[in-house]
Design a protein around this ligand. Sequence first.
Ligand code: COA
Length: 415
Amino acid sequence: MEALKGVKILDMTHVQSGPTCTQLLAWFGADVVKVERPGVGDATRGQLRDVPDADSLYFTMLNSNKRSITLNPKKPEGSKIFTKLIQECDVMVENFAPGALDRMGFSWEKIQEINPRMIYASVKGFGPGKYEDCKVYENVAQCAGGSASTTGMLGEVPLVTGAQIGDSGTGLHLALGIVTALFHREKSGKGQRVSAAMQDGVLNLCRVKLRDQQRLSRGPLKEYSQFGEDIPFGDSTPRAGNDSGGGQPGRILKCKGWEKDPNAYTYFITQAAVWEKVCDVIGKPEWKEDENYSTPAKRLPRLNEIFDTIESWTMTKTKFEVMDICNPLDIPVGPILSLKELAEDQGLRDTNTIVEVDHPERGKYLTVGNPIKLSDSPAKVERSPLLGEHTDEILKEFCQMSDDEIKAVREAGAV
Ligand code: COA
């Protein structure tokens, strides 16, 4: 059975962060009713379009398993319908710019009055304070949350990452807050506000970098490459290139074919527990007894030399051969997989992590399914809704409206 069956979500989200959250809840079985502006809809429907006049992949890949109603709560007729939807639903999720819901006439106080059991969840760029009124997009959050300052090569510009840690990452945080509040409501009978700020979400994901910031005050970060290169540390956690973020040194190394294939690389971790096996595999058995290499501490200043030597071995193998040789020896390695390789990966398709969906306007497309697997509640990934596809159905089901009443609110431009 679907884990969140019967939970009704009033989904006021748009773009990426909020939709990621409600899509997850929909995969877990919640009934997600996406409210969109009449005639316009979520702006991403029309952004980065690859098929003329069809909802973009940006939209379709973030809004699976939802129903869509068009509704303008700013119109008096729309406000009435919206009030009824608040009464009927368990959770309301939004990621508008700060204050937008209040300007629609629906403050948190008002929402609580309408439905004291309502859980009201928001994503904003920043938490309370100096920047609380700012509009924020993904890369702004990556920069303001500590990720950019610690990503990239030493001495070069800060970098943003491809993983959407600000948007999808915060959506994930928000989803956890919502199910926690639902769990709490079981006992208290009351709803509550759930807030996740993108800056806070990114910082949470950069936790280990704040760890290093504090370690820095007690001495150099010996596992960073710059330590072995005698480059002095400044007063903040530096960009560490592809150094491993933990206590086990690791690097990205070239593999066979790197000259032509931009992804012919592997990540290679010299985990202390398997150091002797690493020495054997790369043809350096003498390092096992050599006191310059035999302990992790002794190896730290020599990481560049060590990884150069390992790379001369990985360059003789493809990234998959490296995986096949190292895996049975418990040496942690990982091929750099391109999105093309991932899209074609049969294993990911078998587990419904990559799913092919059929859409009436655009035909078949690939999406990423639910990465969280529940043994008794598998997620079935369904296509995203067309704009207002379920308006009539939802007005009848949630507001008990007749066809004539629906016609009237439509003529008034409220839906
Ligand atoms: N009917 C009528 N009006 C609607 C509506 C509907 N169904 N849905 C939205 N609107 C209105 C809002 O009320 C708002 O109007 P107002 O500003 O006059 O009050 C307006 O549409 C636009 O909302 P806004 O959120 O300001 O959109 P934007 O495109 O200007 O900004 C963001 C987009 C993402 C920058 C902004 O929403 C934001 O900062 N969100 C919080 C952080 C976030 O989630 N960022 C990541 C997004 S992936």
